[in-house]
Ligand binder design. Structure first.
Ligand SMILES: [Zn+2]
Length: 349
């Protein structure tokens, strides 16, 4: 009898607790969904900078390098790469943005926490680097103006030197090739995806019909709407890595816009990396900085990691070709590239 009572009471207690749990969770979510807070008040209280692009309806919140993006009309917020789901979409009321009650806990608190961890995060964020020596095997790349030296040999040597310097500084390094072999674009992409790298750098040497043209060029990823310009020479030289692509924004749905926002973050990372590579490497080798160019970059587009392609010098320029034949100069290039990567990895914002 007593045992029966205990059983019955257990069942009742369980039901009460269970229902109570459901009710309280339901109420909390519903309350959060009903509650309306002004974004500008929340941000102001927490010293978070915010911007609202009234054309794209994208709202950007930032604090010490931590960025969150939201979209008016959507309940999804991207904090870095993490997707957070709010109990209700962002809305505008009399040209002010209002957010649901759980915005503080789900977004603001996360931004505050991440900004505190930021210093560590930046030091640790680049652990593994994938170095891609351009061309190889049946594809020699460009040929030196005088000595007949091939691009594939020069860039492989620089890539190996770069690997040694980076490994000496504690980075893990993978290479798409470490000998004279042909690797297709598809294979390079697969290597980039498979090896879970944090950063991708492709090493090439340049060529121009005008022999006086010289200096170092860095490529980073171009905007989605970009259609790569017709450039027969470049196409010929770099068909391994570049692919002519006409990407249009067809689906303007929320998912598409969120994808774009994530993509834009990566794109700006590549741009920052490219700036470090151009600045630090030209300083190290005393060569002309021809600046950052932008292009579609097949590997980069598919892996969404910060990625650059560097043209270390012109093999069509007699002076640079002579320099590229010297091992000391190639070592300097490798040192400059390594220094750029470390400066990028250790930057504070
Ligand atoms: Zn090349």
């Amino acid at each position: 009898m007593l045992r029966n009572w205990i059983t019955i009471w257990s069942v009742i207690l369980f039901l009460v607790m269970h229902m109570g749990g459901c009710t309280s969770v339901g109420t909390k979510t519903e309350k959060a969904a009903r509650e309306r807070l002004f974004l500008k008040d929340l941000c102001g209280k927490n010293n978070i900078t915010w911007e609202w692009d009234s054309v794209s309806q994208v709202v950007t919140l930032s604090l010490k390098g931590v960025r969150a993006k939201a979209l008016v009309g959507s309940d999804v917020v991207l904090i870095g790469e993490e997707k957070v789901l709010l109990s209700a979409p962002l809305k505008t009321v009399k040209s002010s943005i209002v957010v649901s009650g759980d915005f503080q806990e789900k977004v603001i608190d996360k931004i505050l926490n991440q900004s505190l961890e930021k210093a560590d995060y930046f030091v640790k964020r680049v652990e593994t680097i994938l170095i891609d020596a351009g061309h190889g095997g049946k594809d020699p790349g460009t040929i030196g103006v005088r000595g007949g030296r091939q691009e594939k040999e020069v860039v492989l040597d620089i890539a190996k030197r770069l690997r040694n310097v980076l490994e000496a500084h504690g980075f893990k390094v993978n290479m798409t090739r470490d000998k004279d072999e042909f690797i297709s674009l598809k294979e390079r992409t697969e290597i980039a995806c498979r090896s879970k790298v944090d950063l991708f750098i492709s090493v090439h040497a340049n060529s121009n019909p005008v022999r006086s043209v010289n200096g170092l060029e860095v490529y980073s990823l171009k905007d989605l709407n970009y259609v790569e310009k017709e450039d027969a020479e470049r196409r010929e030289n770099h068909q391994i890595l570049f692919q002519k692509m006409a990407m249009k924004r067809n689906a303007r749905d929320v998912e598409g816009i969120l994808e774009d926002m994530l993509y834009t973050n990566k794109q700006s990372e590549s741009r920052i990396l490219a700036e470090y590579v151009a600045k630090e490497t030209t300083k190290m080798i005393g060569s002309r900085n021809r600046g950052i160019k932008e292009s579609h970059f097949f590997v980069l587009r598919n892996t969404l990691i910060p990625a650059v392609l560097v043209e270390v010098g012109f093999m069509s320029n007699p002076r640079e070709e002579r320099l590229l034949r010297k091992s000391l100069y190639r070592q300097k290039i490798a040192n400059g590239l390594a220094r750029s990567i470390m400066a990028y990895a250790n930057r504070k914002n």
